[in-house]
Design a protein around this ligand. Sequence first.
Ligand code: FE
Ligand code: MN
Length: 332
Amino acid sequence: MSIIGLDSRTDPNKILPMTYKWARQHYKDGVANNWTPEEISMQKDVEQWKSDKAISETERRMILWNLGFFSTAESLTANNIVLTVYKHVTNPESRQYLLRQAYEEAVHTDTFIYCCDSLGLDPDYIYSMYETIPSIKEKDDYVVGLTKSIMDPNFEIKSKKDIEVFLHDLVGYYVIMEGIFFYAGFAMMLALKRQNKMVGIGEQFEYIMRDESIHLAFGCDLINTIKEENEGVWTPDLQKKITDLIVTAVDQEKKYAFDACPNGLLGINPQQFCEYVEYIADRRLERIGLEKLYGTENPFPWMSQAVDLSKEKNFFETRVTEYQTAGSLDWD
Ligand code: FE
Ligand code: MN
């Protein structure tokens, strides 16, 4: 038995007894974190967005860049999960998680519809930013390029070489897209929220980040399981290749941070967003058993707490809906 490849041909309908308890746990954690964007009021955000003084030009640009990146990145991720990963990972408890993840990506897509509607943004502008803004396009093109092997309808996992290709592309989806390319934006939007600006969107970004931290955890567990079950695939050569991919992603994410927020935010310079990206990249490298590269300290310790937030606290003043019933997350 293995999670992918020739001897993974278990019955995908037979979820019991389970082999991969971690997949089940990620499913339960996802369900415990259930939320929808409409539960979060945009009233104050709308007032601030429409006033001349509340939000500066620098902040406006930063918000638009992040809405532009995330609005399309969420569907890109959803498509990847459903069209490629789901196809090749036939293990039933892993598929149960992938279905949950796909649903969460739909919620995230919904969040950006809600933001566009509430703020009265031009959807043509926001939804074409991934083509018109070079620093956004570069990230999306990179992920699409990195994952084109398994997008090929003829791709099958038969040989060691195929497993290497699959691992490479999983790193593209999970570690690079969800684990690195999302995080400068998370830090910016949460930094803004800490200044009491655009708190509705900020809260939505907090919930998205909490979901994404589970997506990433699932992706890394999947990658590590494939490595363990297929001796000899995690060659020094592949490790080097993957490390290099991550270095390129870090450079692109820094470029994006400078482009979205060239002057920094009150009390934060753009260099600190770059340090945060390096810090995050080291954590991702370690999580998949690679050597860390940067040794950068976390410039934003408050980012880790944001992942742990409980629904009760956040919704105290709006309505009492407490879905959170199980474990919290302790890595960012
Ligand atoms: Fe997402
Ligand atoms: Mn995701």
